[in-house]
Design a protein around this ligand. Sequence first.
Ligand SMILES: C[S@@+](CC[C@H](N)C(=O)[O-])C[C@H]1O[C@@H](n2cnc3c(N)ncnc32)[C@H](O)[C@@H]1O
Length: 295
Amino acid sequence: MLLSEIKNIFHLELKDLYPKAEIDSFFHLTVEHYLQLERFVLVMRPQFTLNKEEELPLFEALSQLKQEKPVQYILGEAHFMDMVFKVNRHVLIPRPETEELVRWLLDTGQNRSVFNNPKIKILDIGTGSGCIAIALAKNLPLAKVYALDISAEALKVAKENAKMHGVSMEFLQKNILDGKKMDLHFDLIVSNPPYVRESEKTEINNNVKKYEPQGALFVSNKNPLVFYKAISAFAKCHLDLGGSLFLEINQYLAKETVLLLQQQDFKDIELKKDIFGNDRMIRAKNGVKNQCSKT
Ligand SMILES: C[S@@+](CC[C@H](N)C(=O)[O-])C[C@H]1O[C@@H](n2cnc3c(N)ncnc32)[C@H](O)[C@@H]1O
């Protein structure tokens, strides 16, 4: 069958589910992944033909796309900070907003000479695929990076990604909500924790609700800042004085999250919007010296 015919089938079969540009993108990602063909092959060679064996994975991908499975899970990979990461149903698909958080952290570090001591210690809480921790380790080769998650399956994926990108780091399986101290101190703590309220589920696309790990996304309506409370308390205890905390946040709870950090004695709290104009991230400095609560 002609490759152009398969493209038409993708559009026909998926037109009720996704916008045209997204279907184009699915088609090209799939063709690149399974057949190692560049995007422009159809322009250069409109008569490009596939045999049955070559067609098969494309039609298999199409049938999964019709079930609203995210293309990243179908292909087993996602792009983040110009790098490719393995993903599966145990880890969140890395988002562009999170990439903005990492870039902000790297820019801040350069501007404030935080990286003058290249051997800084960094902790990523809720590492998932490891995208934040690994991107930081790649950009700061002398830093000691720790990646923490409650999920053993997520840590397995993060370890594979670290190996694939040739970076070494420490992996910690821990429940950040347990309030337990660790015998470690950090210069930087970064986190993109679960923050979507159950009540916001109606705004979330089906493919996210059906396939992405619920424990990575959702929090209760009653206690939506549960992770920010735990992370800020943990950071007060484990960040060195003047150390920085970088958080991705729920755009609808920006004021409340800032207030929480103020109450925890964090200083120089700054809120930043993402490219869509939503309040999406916060940076703050630890204003107290290793102040740990009793637990
Ligand atoms: C929003 S995802 C972020 C994943 C990744 N850092 C990213 O930005 O793509 C949140 C992560 O927090 C982890 N998580 C959920 N509850 C946790 C807990 N109680 N303690 C530690 N990690 C937790 C989930 O397994 C998930 O990997």
